[in-house]
Write a protein that binds this ligand. Structure first.
Ligand code: LRH
Ligand code: MN
Length: 424
């Protein structure tokens, strides 16, 4: 479904005076507001191709209708999100859920929607029809060399799809691990995994990055071979300069201090990117910022402090991706909310006066340091995010416009109610 050009202008006109009031108020309090606006306009978040349909759990899945039936319709849906919020200018594909049949037409379609292809994702956690060997007991860790080879060959195939599409990175998440004590030799599993990743690393183009995504548990419930940031960092260090760690916010044990993990990985120059989502218990894949918005702000505070220390470009030097699943909400509305929450956390963190914060830290003035951070977090930066969005051609309020244009109804009319998108 293509948005007609005027609908966004008419919508923004409707909210112009209301917005101007709140924007004037905050831009009078923010030093160098144009610096903040420029950074927000540059900041693009990749949308996962596997989260454009309704997700589910083992207990059930409740499709909402109008789901994309193929890669072309997935690109159209991400294009629509990007048209509404001007901050979703990339799509991250998962293979084999989204194998491009014709690279040329897929690239053309993505270009039409102003989208680039972000990290490619391999899948050695499911058995595909006709697959020779099963990944039941793992993939790169597997005790059987033939199964490890099958996983390596698949991952190289994913890189080749990415090269054709112009992607520059690969995310490897391995479900590998064990569910009972005694089931696995941890050392052999880790060394097999390193051996497999090393072979994949040798075929990675020089201008590519490989992101090693760690996860504490699920689908294995006793050990996960790449189960925490330490193991991911070990692998990234052993693999070489093109290898980095990837932080999926939902992949930590309860109460983990993720902002400190981010600070450490950034300091080591081995932080590759993020899978943004939120969670209360496990890998719940909920809307970003919906459960722990202060943690998201603290993560961006560490990111800006660490990236500026290393003169990194906020928009392009790390992989910014969403990884969520939508069990009870419209997938597109949920993704619009996630992007908004990320932009708000980034904007709030840009308001932190790092100079006076450093002074307070050097004076062990704990209260002052806390007041500086909470002052930024308690600042309503939504007018800044909206202004940046509209300056980039987007809508004042993407969800309100999404609803007033009855986008979901149009998609159901176009695609039917029973369509099921590939993915989780
Ligand atoms: C694993 C994960 C990984 C994806 C999958 C869809 O939990 O976060 O990033 O491959 O979700
Ligand atoms: Mn993930």
């Amino acid at each position: 479904m293509k948005l007609d050009e005027n609908s966004i202008q008419e919508h923004n006109q409707q909210f112009k005076s209301k917005h101007q009031l709140s924007f004037d108020f905050i831009s009078n309090t923010v030093p160098n507001v144009n610096r903040v606006l420029d950074k927000l306009i540059d900041f693009q978040i990749a949308v996962p191709s596997w989260a454009l349909g309704s997700g589910g759990t083992r207990f059930g899945r409740f499709p909402g209708g109008g789901e994309p039936r193929n890669l072309e319709e997935k690109i159209e849906d991400v294009g629509l999100l990007h048209r509404l919020n001007s901050s979703s200018g990339a799509i991250s594909l998962h293979i084999p859920w989204d194998v491009p049949k014709d690279y040329g037409s897929i690239k053309e379609l993505a270009k039409e929607h102003g989208l680039r292809f972000d990290a490619m994702n391999s899948n050695t956690f499911q058995d595909q029809d006709g697959q020779e060997h099963s990944y039941k007991f793992g993939s790169l860790q597997h005790v059987d060399k033939a199964i490890r080879k099958q996983a390596i060959d698949h991952t190289i195939e994913v890189i080749n799809h990415g090269i054709e599409l112009g992607s520059k990175s690969l995310t490897v998440w391995l479900a590998d691990g064990s569910s009972f004590p005694g089931q696995l030799n941890f050392r052999n599993a880790f060394q097999n995994t390193l051996e497999g990743l090393s072979e994949i690393y040798t075929v990675l183009p020089d201008d590519w990055k490989i992101f090693v995504e760690y996860k504490a548990y699920e689908p294995n419930f006793y050990s996960t071979t790449v189960g925490d940031w330490g193991k991911s960092l070990l692998l990234a260090n052993k693999l070489g300069p093109k290898a980095y760690t990837l932080v999926d916010l939902g992949h930590h044990l309860p109460n983990a201090n993720i902002e400190q993990i981010v600070s450490t990985l950034l300091m080591e120059g081995k932080l590759g990117g993020f899978h943004f989502n939120d969670s209360k218990y496990g890998d719940d894949d909920l809307t970003t910022g919906s459960i722990k918005p202060y943690q998201l702000f603290l993560i961006f505070n560490e990111l800006i402090e660490g990236m500026d220390e290393l003169n990194m470009n906020h928009a392009s030097d790390l992989g910014w991706m969403i990884d969520a699943s939508h069990n009870v909400k419209d997938p597109l509305e949920d993704l619009l909310q996630s992007v908004e929450a990320i932009m708000i956390a980034y904007a709030q963190a840009l308001l932190v006066d790092t100079k006076i914060l450093k002074e307070a830290q050097l004076n062990n003035d704990v209260t002052k340091a806390q007041e500086i951070l909470q002052g930024a977090f308690r600042t309503d930066v939504r007018p800044l995010v909206a202004e940046a969005r509209m300056r980039a051609g987007g809508a004042f309020d993407p969800i309100t416009l999404f609803r007033s244009l009855k986008v979901r109804d149009e998609l159901v009319k176009e695609r039917g109610y029973k369509t099921v998108a590939t993915g989780l």
